[in-house]
Design a protein around this ligand. Structure first.
Ligand code: COA
Length: 237
């Protein structure tokens, strides 16, 4: 065999090896996160899951978000937070920016004891699945932030429900699952939420769940910080 054909075969072999590794990375990234990077099983992943019926023919399941589901979640972000810009020519770019933000922030298995992303998945009688809700709950120390002088944790953020599935109790369930995660998995006794002062729907919901205003000097004037404190979980020895 000539030297050049040997070189070609070697290059092809390298390319094949690389693409195999890529495939493995892609498939691994969309698996449910049940193990850490050291292959240790995760403890306490039950908190944060729920199943309930919203209409006679629609069942909602709340569970951890998978990496591959961030794509549909980014569409949900547009419906929830960009509804005032329906004809904006930059909509596609906003979605990609939101997708990138969610991907960068995605909690891999070994971060899940401090940070979780949950989805609400709707299934009808024909087993058609659709992501209709999302929330993020984060107990990691917040990095320095120009906008917020005091940025307490754990913080709930990115709560959203598909407009056609609102007023069915989905957001309330998502928030309650985050509270459960805070107490059981993060071992925290409080949860903070930032909300815009004019977001009447969200404020009414947090109020009905027992959140109250937490005075946080230095926050932007249009923002309100809310807090709920819980009883610590009793540890059984
Ligand atoms: C706020 C939001 C998450 C609520 O989702 P939802 O699934 O419709 O909320 P729920 O059905 O669980 O409602 C729970 C309670 O909140 C209050 N509420 C919800 N939507 C409301 C509205 N439009 N007006 C007044 N109260 C409202 C009610 O008290 C409601 O209880 P009730 O239906 O028994 O009266 C949803 O409207 C949304 O995605 N909005 C856009 C994104 C957003 O603002 N996120 C919050 C950021 S902090």
């Amino acid at each position: 065999m000539s030297t050049s054909s040997c070189r070609k075969r070697f290059l092809l072999f390298l390319l094949a090896l690389l693409s195999c590794q890529n495939e493995a990375l892609i498939s691994r990234s969309s698996e449910p996160r049940t193990h850490t990077r050291n292959n240790k099983p995760l403890l306490g992943t039950k908190a944060g899951t729920a199943e309930f019926q919203v209409d006679t023919d629609i069942k909602i399941k709340i569970r951890d978000c998978k990496y591959g589901e961030l794509h549909p979640v980014s569409h949900l972000v547009l419906d929830a937070f960009y509804a005032d810009k329906p004809n904006d020519i930059f909509m596609h770019m906003y979605r990609l920016a939101e997708l990138n933000r969610l991907q960068q922030n995605f909690p891999y298995a070994d971060q899940m004891m401090k940070h979780r992303m949950l989805v609400a998945m709707a299934s009808d009688n024909n087993n058609n699945d659709d992501i209709v809700g999302f929330v993020d709950v984060d107990a990691r120390t917040a990095p320095p932030n120009k906008e917020y002088k005091h940025n307490p944790r754990p913080m709930l953020s990115d709560l959203m429900v598909n407009p056609r599935m609102r007023r069915k109790g989905i957001a309330k369930q998502l928030v309650q699952r985050c509270e459960e995660i805070c107490r059981q998995d993060f071992q925290e006794t409080e949860l903070y939420i930032r909300v815009l002062k004019d977001n009447e729907a969200a404020i009414a919901m947090y109020d009905s769940l027992g959140y109250s205003i937490y005075d946080n000097p230095g926050d932007p004037p249009e923002v309100r910080l809310l807090l709920k404190q819980f009883e610590p979980i009793e540890t059984v020895l």
